[in-house]
Design a protein around this ligand. Structure first.
Ligand SMILES: Cc1ncc(COP(=O)(O)O)c(C=O)c1O
Length: 346
C-alpha cells in the first residue's frame, strides 16, 4: 500500500508533540522535567504515553507485535482517530455497512466527512456489489463491524479479504468489539497480508471493563505510528494501565470462563425467548446480545421499561423494524426478563 496516498497530507507532515516521557524514558532518581507534583500519592506522575507494559502482555494474547497495537480511550477513540488521520474534511468519504454501530456516522459528521451507508441484504449479509458500487476515488475508509452491532452476525473472512485485496489503497476497518463471543476467528491473522487493514477490539465487552475505557487498534507498524503521532500524549490513564496489566496477569482464565458462561446463557435465553408468543424471531448471534423481532417493539420496550428491565429498541433502525436488542445477562437477569415477557399479554 502507498500509505502517503491515503493519509491526510497535514498528518503525514505533522511534527508530533514531544512530551517529557517521550524525551526521557529511563530510570532516574530525580524527575524535574514534567512540572508534576513532587509529592508521591501514587498518581502524581504522568503515565507511560505508549502503555508499553499493557502492550507487552497483550501482544502475545493477540498474536501481533507490540508496535502493531494502539491503545485508546475506548475503541471510540480509535474510530475518531481513523477519520482524523485518513479523511480530509469536506472532500473525502467513507463507506459502511448498514445497520451498524452508530459512532462511525457520528464521527464522520464531527469530522465533516461524507458517510455512505450501504444496506446489508435481508439476511444481514454484506452486499459486496452494492458496497463496491459506493466506493469512489475519494473513499478513504470502508467500515465493517464483525460481529455486527446490532444484527449480531459475523461476516465471512472472504468478505474482508474481498475488500482488502480489491482496495489496497483504502483503509478497511474491521470492528471486532464482540469477537470473543464469536465462532469466527479474529481477522488479526490477516494483518501481515493486508497492510491496509485495521482491526479494532475492546476491553468493554468480554473483558468486562467498559468503565475502564480501553480500546485496541491493531494494524501495520506504519499505521500504528500514525495513531501515535495524532493521539493526545497521555490518552490512557495510569489507573487504566494498572488495571489492564493486572487483568492481563491475573484474569485471563476468569474472562475465558465468563465468555463460556455468556455463550451458554445466550443459548438458554434464545430458547426461552422462542417459547414466547410475542417473539417472532431470534436472529443468530456471534455476540453477547440477541436481536429479537417481536410483535410490537415499541410497546414491549415500554412495558419492559416500566417493569425496570431495559433493553435497546432498534425498531427505527434500517432492516431492524420490530426488533429489540437484548444483551445476555446473568441467569437471574435473563430469568427476570423472561418472566416479565411471559406476563406481557397485548
Ligand atoms: C461495534 C462496537 N464498536 C465499538 C464500541 C465501543 O467500544 P468502546 O467501549 O471500546 O469505546 C461498541 C460499543 O457498544 C460497539 O458496539
Amino acid at each position: 500500500m502507498e500509505l502517503s496516498s491515503v493519509v491526510r497530507p497535514n498528518i503525514l507532515a505533522l511534527e508530533p508533540y514531544s512530551c517529557a516521557r517521550d524525551e526521557f524514558k529511563g530510570e532516574a532518581s530525580v524527575f524535574l522535567d514534567a512540572n508534576e507534583s513532587p509529592y508521591n500519592n501514587g498518581l502524581n506522575r504522568y503515565p507511560d504515553p505508549l502503555q508499553s507494559e499493557v502492550k507487552r502482555l497483550l501482544a502475545p494474547l493477540k498474536g501481533v507485535h507490540e508496535d502493531q497495537i494502539f491503545l485508546g480511550n475506548g475503541s471510540d477513540e480509535a474510530i475518531d482517530l481513523i477519520y482524523r488521520i485518513f479523511c480530509q474534511p469536506h472532500s473525502d468519504n467513507v463507506v459502511a455497512i448498514s445497520p451498524s454501530y452508530g459512532m462511525y456516522k457520528v464521527c464522520a459528521d464531527v469530522n465533516d466527512v461524507l458517510y455512505h451507508a450501504v444496506p446489508l441484504t435481508a439476511d444481514f449479509q454484506i452486499d459486496r456489489k452494492a458496497l463496491a458500487g459506493r466506493v469512489t476515488l475519494r473513499t478513504k475508509v470502508i467500515w465493517i463491524c464483525s460481529p455486527n452491532n446490532p444484527t449480531g452476525n459475523a461476516f465471512p473472512q472472504a468478505d474482508i479479504e474481498f475488500f482488502a485485496s480489491r482496495y489496497p489503497n483504502k483503509i478497511i476497518v474491521v470492528d471486532e468489539a464482540y469477537i470473543d463471543f464469536s465462532s469466527q476467528p479474529s481477522m488479526t491473522s490477516l494483518l501481515d497480508r493486508y497492510p491496509n487493514l485495521i482491526v479494532l477490539q475492546t476491553f468493554s465487552k468480554a473483558w468486562g471493563h467498559a468503565a475502564m475505557r480501553l480500546g485496541i487498534a491493531m494494524a501495520s507498524r506504519e499505521i500504528i505510528s500514525l495513531f501515535n503521532k495524532v493521539k493526545y500524549p497521555y490518552n490512557v490513564s495510569e489507573l487504566t494501565q494498572r488495571e489492564a496489566v493486572r487483568m492481563l496477569t491475573d484474569d485471563v482464565d476468569k474472562v475465558r470462563d465468563q465468555i463460556e458462561e455468556v455463550l451458554a446463557q445466550r443459548d438458554v435465553l434464545r430458547q426461552l425467548l422462542l417459547s414466547l408468543p410475542c417473539v417472532e424471531c431470534v436472529y443468530p448471534s456471534d455476540a453477547n446480545f440477541l436481536l429479537v423481532r417481536v410483535s410490537d417493539a415499541n410497546a414491549i420496550y415500554m412495558y419492559l421499561q416500566q417493569q425496570g428491565v431495559i433493553v435497546r429498541n432498534r425498531n427505527s433502525v434500517q432492516l431492524c423494524a420490530g426488533c429489540l436488542r437484548i444483551t445476555v445477562g446473568t441467569p437471574e437477569e435473563n430469568a427476570t426478563l423472561f418472566n416479565e415477557l411471559k406476563t406481557y399479554t397485548r
